[in-house]
Design a binder for this molecule. Structure first.
Ligand SMILES: [Zn+2]
Length: 90
């Protein structure tokens, strides 16, 4: 059985750079906000569930505001599958 790491986003906040609009260009030439990649929201909370160990403690992973999750202390040689939410921005 392949180990599965399921990621769930539990917290969001409005992007302060674009004020949630997703772009920070001029009205006639909107350009996607770089801070939130055009989504208007930043990730503030993440939950990671491991099919082997259950819910991972906060120190076992790290994440950034774009929703990228980094697992610490993970054996790279081990096979595992990462399950991301289909639409994390809801
Ligand atoms: Zn933004």
């Amino acid at each position: 059985m392949v180990r599965r790491i399921a990621i769930r986003y539990t917290g969001f906040r409005e992007c302060p750079n674009c004020k949630g609009r997703g772009h920070d260009g001029a009205v006639w030439r909107p350009s996607p906000c770089r801070r939130c990649a055009g989504r208007g929201r930043l990730i503030t909370g993440v939950e990671v569930e491991d099919s082997v160990w259950g819910k991972l403690p906060r120190f076992a992973y790290d994440f950034n505001a774009k929703g990228e999750v980094f697992l610490l202390d993970l054996d790279e040689s081990e096979q595992f599958e990462v399950v991301r939410p289909e639409n994390p921005w809801c």
